[in-house]
Design a protein around this ligand. Structure first.
Ligand SMILES: Cc1ncc(C[n+]2csc(CCOP(=O)(O)OP(=O)(O)O)c2C)c(N)n1
Ligand SMILES: [Mg+2]
Length: 333
């Protein structure tokens, strides 16, 4: 059977130097936020945390390849860095983790990182794994019917790729050549279940042939590779050539969530190997090598992140919980 060629490597897009440094700032900020909310969980101040540590390059590199305010974003619970890259502040995100008043996406009445923003075209998500995939395809269908130039991106894990919704969504999007990007964050685990017990192949990209769409596997710890692959997928979508699967190979550094104990199913050695592929350190080294972090720029960026996270922590500590009656504010009828 004819294999669909991968889309990456046509030499389309490299991020500008300024954009690379901006993406590094976001990575450092997100890592600091992630570490802090984990700490807040251990202090009993945040009910649950799903960490993005190890996924940051896949999340930020893909957002930055798209047009925020015009394109549509369907995320899942691990997409903390997508929120940062869309422009939410650490304070706004932390209000969600601590369920405090003023949380902008869901009035502090959702699982952290869930909720919607009309201005960002960020659509509310369900914690039911995989449900966002056909919803995103519906959004892409709407854009096509309205003749809009918008692309929809949907994020999901390797585990989510095994639910029926994923197959139905990809098949439908392929048939109708819809402007959607399927971005899989393949971290090798669905909670405690390793990839080898989820599927009989190495990853999800080989399914692309079965749908008749292109698919590409990228190193999800290399932000430039993610940016390039997402840019090319977005160009295809905007040109009316239909969907693309972008499978980003990432690492999950921490347990599935703060409620999980990964020592029950994951070898210490496996984790140590994973930590060698730290996307933040990889970009830091790339930028230093390219002379893009001259002098004390790196420590200025890190200190600024620390300051912002400390301020956000103080803010949410002092913030009240929502009034019991506020829940009606977000009820349609
Ligand atoms: C339909 C459904 N089945 C099971 C669950 C329980 N569950 C929550 S997260 C998860 C694993 C998902 O793994 P993956 O898609 O790889 O994402 P990751 O957490 O690894 O980023 C499961 C099974 C759920 N929320 N919804
Ligand atoms: Mg996974």
């Amino acid at each position: 059977m004819k294999k669909t060629p991968p889309v990456v490597g046509a030499g389309v897009t490299r991020p500008s130097d300024d954009k690379l440094v901006q993406m590094y700032r976001e990575m450092v900020l997100c890592r600091a936020l992630d570490e802090r909310v984990w700490m807040l969980n251990r202090q009993g101040k945040a009910a649950i945390v799903a960490s993005a540590q190890g996924h940051e390059a896949a999340q930020i590199g893909s957002v930055q390849a798209l047009q925020v305010g015009k394109d549509h974003f369907y995320i899942y619970y691990r997409d903390l860095a997508v929120l940062i890259s869309l422009g939410l502040t650490p304070t706004e995100i932390m209000l969600g983790f601590t369920a405090k008043a003023g949380e902008p996406l869901a009035g502090a009445r959702q699982f952290p990182t869930h909720g919607a923003s009309k201005t960002l075209n960020l659509v509310n998500l369900s914690n039911v794994v995989g449900t966002q995939i056909p919803q995103a395809v519906g959004s892409a269908l709407a854009s096509k019917m309205r003749g809009e130039d918008a692309v929809t991106i949907v994020y999901f894990g390797d585990g989510a790729s095994s639910v029926g919704d994923c197959h139905e969504a990809m098949n439908f999007a392929a048939i109708h050549k819809l402007p959607v990007i399927f971005l899989c964050e393949n971290n090798g685990y669905a909670i405690s279940v390793p990839l080898s017990k989820q599927m009989a192949v190495d990853g999800i990209v080989s399914r692309a042939d079965g749908y008749g769409i292109p698919g590409v596997v990228v190193d999800g710890t290399d932000i430039m590779a993610v940016y390039e692959a997402t840019s090319e997928a977005a160009t295809r979508a905007r040109d009316g050539r239909g969907p693309t699967i972008v499978e980003t190979m990432v690492e999950r550094y921490l347990p599935h969530t703060s409620d999980d104990d990964d020592s029950l199913y994951r070898e210490q050695e496996d984790l140590e190997e994973a930590r060698k592929r730290d996307p933040v350190r990889i970009l830091q080294e790339q930028l230093i090598g390219a002379g893009l972090l001259p002098g004390d720029t790196d420590s200025v960026i890190r200190n600024e992140a620390k300051r912002v996270i400390n301020e956000a922590t103080d803010y949410v500590d002092a913030a009240p919980y929502p009034e019991a009656t506020d829940f009606l504010d977000h009820v349609y009828s």
